[in-house]
Ligand binder design. Structure first.
Ligand code: SF4
Length: 232
């Protein structure tokens, strides 16, 4: 019995692990409180779900040869005590492992990193304690930076990505974040357009586009990063 809580699953996705067809597990529980969250149901840590891990393993056995990978997404996968065991079981079946994380809990990341083939690391705000706390409503910048250093040192394939919510970030913030990430050694960086959550009746589509249309920022990103894209 694996000690892991899964809030949802997509059995066949082509966009969550670059170049791979993957099943995606949305793990229950998240310490972050991003104001742009579409998955608030996944936030409560420890909430029981009716997902049966053993059935998922049976599903994977039937998909061997037809699916490349399993992505552990969230929520925040690093809150799960059974993450390493779950990844180990999936890896043993021959699937690659993707991890989506905000970099919470570096000690947990260190545990699973040897099993992980690709990481999508969310960078939520400029690297300043006050700003990171404002955006995530938690205080984990130190852990994010440790996780980033660990991923860089591991040599694993990874990307950083930022949701560009104009209520929280400015073009100047994005420029600073890009410069800081590049200086640290990040070479794949993706900006994600914010889609206003249902309770946000103020932010317009042009606000969301505008923050992504700074020519100086775009030029910087295009000329510095090996892989860069605005995801809409
Ligand atoms: S990390 Fe994801 S699930 Fe957690 S609050 Fe932020 S957007 Fe929501």
């Amino acid at each position: 019995m694996t000690n892991i809580l899964v809030g949802g699953v997509e059995t066949f996705r082509a966009v969550d692990f670059p170049g791979k067809l993957a099943a995606v597990l949305f793990l229950q529980g998240c310490p972050w409180r991003c104001p742009f969250c579409y998955n608030t149901d996944l936030q409560l840590i420890g909430k029981k779900t009716d997902f049966v891990w053993e059935k998922f393993i049976d599903f994977l056995i039937r998909r061997q040869g037809r699916l490349d990978a399993v992505v552990f997404s969230g929520g925040e996968p690093l809150v799960q005590e059974g993450l390493q065991e779950a990844m180990y079981q999936v890896k043993k079946l021959g699937f690659q492992i993707g991890l989506h994380t905000g970099g919470y809990r570096p000690h947990k990341l260190a545990e699973v990193l040897p099993l992980v083939d690709w990481i999508g690391l969310d960078i939520k705000a400029p690297f300043e304690e006050k700003r990171y706390a404002e955006v995530t409503q938690t205080n984990h910048l130190k852990e994010v930076l440790q996780s980033l250093e660990m991923i860089l040192a591991s040599g694993k394939d990874f990307e950083c990505r930022t949701t560009c919510d104009p209520r929280l970030l400015t073009k100047t913030d994005l420029q600073k974040m890009a410069e800081d990430l590049y200086a640290k050694g990040v070479r794949k960086y993706f900006l994600q357009k914010y889609r206003p959550i249902p309770s946000d009746t103020q932010t317009t589509d042009s606000d969301c586009e505008n923050i992504l249309s700074d020519s100086q920022l775009l030029e910087y990103l295009q000329t510095h990063f090996e892989e860069f894209e605005v995801r809409k």
